[in-house]
Design a protein around this ligand. Structure first.
Ligand SMILES: Cc1ncc(COP(=O)(O)O)c(C=O)c1O
Length: 378
C-alpha cells in the first residue's frame, strides 16, 4: 500500500506553486477535530484517569457503553490497542488461536500484534466479496483437544470491512457458531457507526452478540485520537489492567475524551452525508462507462470508494500518481486529489466530514478528467 504520492509530503508547497487545491481522500483518519471539539477540549474537566478520576473520560465510557448496550467501556489510545487488548483478554490461555478474515485490519495492518505481543496464533479465513467468511471453512479449522493443537478461543470480525457492511444475518450465524464451539466474539468496529448509519440498524443491535467491540473516534468521527473498547464489567476490568501493561494508561486524558464526546453527539448524525458523497463519486465514475475504471456499487454503502483498475498498461499506481499532479492548464486538472493505491488494480478514496459538496465536486472533476486522460476509449 502506498502512503505517499509523487509529490509526497511537499504536496502543499506543490499545490501553492500550481495554484491548485488539495482534496485529501487517503483516509478518514485525515479528518481534523472540529471547532466544537477544540472548544470542548479547552473546557474539559479532567483528573488522573489511571486512578479512574477523570470525569470526562468516565462520561465518554458511560455514554459508549450505553449506546452499545454493553455493561462497561474503556477509553484506549487506538483501535489497534483496543483489538489487541480484546485478543489478550479473550485468549487468556497460552497456545490460544483466534480466527479472522484474511483481509482484516487485525491480520494485515496491526503488525501481527496478536503473535508479537499476545502470543496468539491468527488463523485466517478467505474473506468473501461482501466481507464475510465461510463458516463451514471456519468449522474445518476448529481444534480438538489434541495435545498437538492450539486452543480455539476467539473469532474476530470487522465492520465495516474495507467500507463494506457485514450482513446482519451473517453476524447472527457467527453468533450461533461461537456459542456452539464455546468461543468468544470480538468486533473490530473501527467504523461501526458507518455500518450502523449505512444499514439503518442500531449499533447496539449490530454488536448484540459480540462479547466485545472496539470502535474508533479518530476516523470518520473526526476526533484527534482514541477508541473505545466495550464489553462486560469483568471484561473491561481486566482490559483496564491489560491497557496499563501495554503502556496505555493515560492521565488527564479528558482533554481528548472531550473531543470523543462531541464526535458521538455531532459527527454520527452527519456520517450519512459522507455516504451520500461516496456514492455520488462512485456513480459518476461508473457513468463514464470506462472499461478500465469501475466501482462496485453494491459494496459502496458507506464512506469508502474502491475503484477497480483493470488494464494491462494502467495500474492503480498510475491513477493515484496522476491524480496528485497538475499537468494541464485547465480548471479540472487544477485539483490535487490524494487517494491510496491498495493493490496494483485497486484504488481507494475515503470521505469524511470536512470534505463537503464543493470539495467532493472538485475531486470528482479531477478524477473524471484523469480517467478520460488515461482511458482514451472514454
Ligand atoms: C478497520 C480498522 N481497524 C483498526 C484500525 C486501527 O486503528 P488505529 O489506527 O486507531 O490503531 C484501523 C485503522 O485504520 C482500521 O481501519
Amino acid at each position: 500500500m502506498a502512503y505517499g504520492g509523487s509529490a509526497g509530503d511537499q504536496i502543499h508547497a506543490y499545490a501553492f506553486e500550481k495554484n491548485a487545491t488539495v482534496v485529501d481522500l487517503r483516509s478518514d483518519t485525515i479528518s481534523k477535530p472540529s471547532l466544537a471539539m477544540r472548544q470542548a477540549m479547552l473546557n474539559a474537566v479532567v483528573g488522573d484517569d489511571v486512578y479512574e478520576e477523570d470525569p470526562t473520560v468516565k462520561l465518554l465510557e458511560e455514554k459508549a457503553a450505553s449506546l452499545l448496550d454493553k455493561e462497561a467501556a474503556l477509553y484506549v489510545p487506538s483501535g489497534t490497542m483496543g483489538n489487541l487488548i480484546a485478543i489478550m483478554n479473550h485468549c487468556n490461555v497460552r497456545g490460544s488461536e483466534a480466527y479472522c478474515g484474511d483481509q482484516s485490519h487485525t491480520f494485515l495492518h496491526e503488525q501481527g500484534g496478536a503473535a508479537q505481543l499476545a502470543g496468539v496464533t491468527l488463523c485466517t479465513l478467505p474473506n468473501n466479496r461482501d466481507g464475510t467468511f465461510d463458516l463451514k471453512t471456519l468449522e474445518g479449522h476448529m481444534r480438538s483437544d489434541r495435545l498437538h493443537e492450539p486452543i480455539s478461543k476467539l473469532v474476530l470480525i470487522e465492520n465495516t470491512i474495507n467500507g463494506k457492511i457485514l450482513p446482519q444475518s451473517w453476524i447472527d450465524e457467527v453468533a450461533v457458531f461461537v456459542k456452539k464451539y464455546n468461543l468468544r466474539l470480538h468486533m473490530d468496529g473501527a467504523r461501526l457507526w458507518n455500518a450502523s448509519i449505512g444499514s439503518g440498524i442500531a449499533a447496539k443491535e449490530i454488536v448484540r452478540a459480540c462479547d466485545s467491540v472496539t470502535f474508533c473516534l479518530s476516523k470518520g468521527l473526526g476526533a484527534p485520537i482514541g477508541s473505545v473498547l466495550c464489553g462486560s464489567k469483568a471484561f473491561i476490568q481486566q482490559a483496564r489492567r491489560t491497557r496499563k501493561a501495554l503502556g496505555g494508561g493515560m492521565r488527564q486524558v479528558g482533554v481528548l475524551a472531550a473531543a470523543g464526546l462531541v464526535a458521538l453527539e455531532q459527527t454520527i448524525p452527519i456520517l450519512k452525508e459522507d455516504h451520500r458523497r461516496a456514492l455520488w463519486i462512485a456513480k459518476s465514475i461508473n457513468n463514464l462507462r470506462s472499461k478500465v475504471f469501475s466501482v462496485d456499487l453494491d459494496t459502496t454503502k458507506t464512506n469508502m470508494i474502491m475503484v477497480n483498475v483493470v488494464s494491462e498498461e494502467i495500474t492503480a499506481i498510475t491513477f493515484i500518481d496522476r491524480l496528485e499532479i497538475v499537468v494541464d492548464d485547465v480548471e479540472d486538472d487544477r485539483t490535487i486529489v490524494r487517494g491510496l493505491q491498495l493493490t496494483s488494480c485497486l484504488a481507494r478514496f475515503v470521505l469524511y466530514y470536512e470534505i463537503d459538496d464543493q470539495a467532493t465536486e472538485k475531486a470528482l472533476r479531477k478524477i473524471c478528467y484523469v480517467i478520460k486522460k488515461l482511458d482514451t476509449q472514454v
